[in-house]
Design a protein around this ligand. Structure first.
Ligand SMILES: Cc1cc2nc3c(=O)[nH]c(=O)nc-3n(C[C@H](O)[C@H](O)[C@H](O)COP(=O)(O)O)c2cc1C
Ligand SMILES: [Mn+2]
Length: 480
């Protein structure tokens, strides 16, 4: 399961015929548009852009890294034709058994092939795409890892937070309220200090995957990624910040995020994962870049958010995390979990969660829904939780809609909960509420299970029984 860097992963995709190289596409909307067109067109390969006009040949951009289930399986070390629900089941087990392994400090690495300090720093040296038409600028960090350390006890957080290219040595950083690096940077600011930060823009994909997940506060995503890899992540100690930086990253910076009263810039608008420009353009903190490192012929990794149902992130690790939480909350007999919109990985938000259970007692379905809503992986930017019986595949939207349409009486099976954790990215939040700094929303639970109290009197399903199907298929096999 362990790739040592982004290049190894790209080569693995090439080896299974899952790579497309495109020469000559422009950074200004062409790379972004091709990324969007290819993501929803089978076979939907990983894209590697080269010979980008205005930049040195072999300064490349890679996109659609783990958007397709095949590459989601590849990065997970699973067979590339594995069914979606089985992938969730296996990820659940992987997360459950995970033993964190701290990163290993090494003295140097390919990241240091090019080192720039002071006036030699120029972030415009890379072919940074303007991804979508209405974007307010070019985004260097979409598939990035933002590394910060808690000033109280030093634990290191790694998160995916978007990074805009402002200038030669200035970057914009947008972190949603409640995310860990936002809490960390506020601790520095409260002491009148800037927050030290390191960011990689292209790295080993499992660390990136982990950076997008709801790992608990106080637990380092480096240790978590090490556990997934079953090998430590090799890091160098940043000279400016002392932060660990993956030694095989393609491009990385060190710098600081000053308190907003000292420096701020308008950030955005940027096309966001729920499919809108809901955050708009607002004053946000900046990163002052103090050191730049990159490999020879660097590959900038890109994962621009795209309008659902297109995915940038196809690994259902978030659904697996919710399932594990349901186990911890002692919700018995969960048969499957899926999350639509924003990826099957709700590290980035979980607006539509489906839980399938074998009902055992009164209120079991409601317990499952409340627990799915309560955990961190299922709480951020949530909206709907649907609970279905065990005969419904939670990842099959047609079946979920059928269950909702036939087993759910809205007046008795719908519960609304208010004041939950949302984000400025929530498109349905009134602009005045956003301006007032109230980023909460409501949730709806749909119990789409057969009503437990009279489930034995619920009409039988009009479909072939498995037994009958088997017999008829056997007898009439010459017709299939
Ligand atoms: C591709 C991708 C892009 C993301 N971009 C952002 C972002 O710009 N800002 C943000 O706050 N969260 C973003 N997220 C979500 C966070 O990375 C995710 O919630 C993660 O768990 C946060 O880490 P933390 O819990 O350490 O704060 C993104 C997630 C993914 C998968
Ligand atoms: Mn974290």
């Amino acid at each position: 399961m362990a790739f040592n860097d982004l290049r190894e992963f790209i080569n693995a995709a090439r080896a299974i015929g899952d790579l497309k190289e495109i020469h000559g596409a422009h950074w200004d909307l062409e790379i972004g548009a091709l990324t969007e067109v290819f993501v929803s067109r089978e076979p939907s390969p990983l894209l590697l852009f080269d010979q980008i006009p205005g930049y040195p040949p072999s300064y490349r951009v890679a996109s659609n890294l783990i958007s397709h289930p095949r590459r989601a399986a590849l990065v997970s070390g699973m067979p590339t034709d594995i069914p979606r629900t089985e992938m969730v089941r296996r990820w659940k087990q992987i997360l459950k058994e995970l033993q964190p392994i701290p990163p290993r400090f090494v003295s140097t690495g390919p990241l240091y092939e090019n080192v720039r300090n002071g006036t030699a720093i120029d972030m415009r040296a890379f072919p940074v795409p303007k991804w979508h038409e209405l974007d307010g600028g070019r985004y260097l960090g979409t598939a990035c890892c933002v590394i910060t350390a808690d000033p109280d006890d030093g634990w290191v957080n790694v998160g995916i937070y978007r990074v805009q290219l402002h200038d030669r040595d200035r970057l914009g950083l947008y972190i949603s309220p409640g995310h860990h690096a936002r809490i960390i940077r506020e601790k520095y600011w409260a002491r009148g200090k800037s927050c030290p930060v390191a960011v990689t823009f292209g790295q080993e994909p499992l660390l990136w995957l982990t950076a997008g997940q709801s790992v608990p506060y106080g637990v380092s995503e480096f240790d978590y990624a090490g556990g997934l890899r079953k090998l430590p992540v090799d890091v160098v100690k940043g000279e400016r910040t002392g932060l660990p930086i993956p030694a095989t990253a393609e491009i990385a910076i060190e710098g600081e995020v000053p308190p907003p009263q000292e420096e701020n810039r308008v950030e955005g608008p940027f096309g966001e994962w729920p499919g809108y420009y809901a955050h708009g353009a607002r004053e946000e903190p900046v990163i002052r870049v103090q050191a730049l490192y990159h490999r020879n012929d660097p590959i900038l990794a890109g994962a621009p958010p795209m309008k659902p149902p297109s995915l940038t992130f196809g690994v259902p690790i978030g659904a697996a995390a919710i399932w594990n939480y349901l186990d911890k909350a002692d919700v018995p007999d969960v048969q499957g979990v899926w999350a639509f919109v924003g990826g099957s990985a709700p590290g980035g938000g979980a607006p539509f969660i489906v839980v399938s259970i074998k009902q055992r007692y009164h209120g079991h379905a409601q317990q499952a829904a409340l627990a799915a809503l309560a955990c961190r992986a299922g709480n951020y930017h949530g909206r709907f939780v649907v609970v279905v019986d065990e005969d419904i595949d939670p990842a099959d939207l047609g079946e979920v809609i059928w269950a909702l349409s036939t087993r759910c009486d809205p007046k008795t099976a719908l519960t609304v909960i208010d004041n939950c954790w949302s984000t400025p990215l929530d498109a349905a939040m009134h602009p005045d509420k956003k301006d007032a700094g109230d980023f909460t929303n409501s949730r709806a639970i749909f119990n789409a299970c057969r009503p437990y109290a009279w489930k034995d009197r619920f009409p039988p399903v009009n479909a072939l029984s498995p037994d009958m199907r088997r017999k008829i298929m056997e007898k009439w096999k010459r017709e299939f």
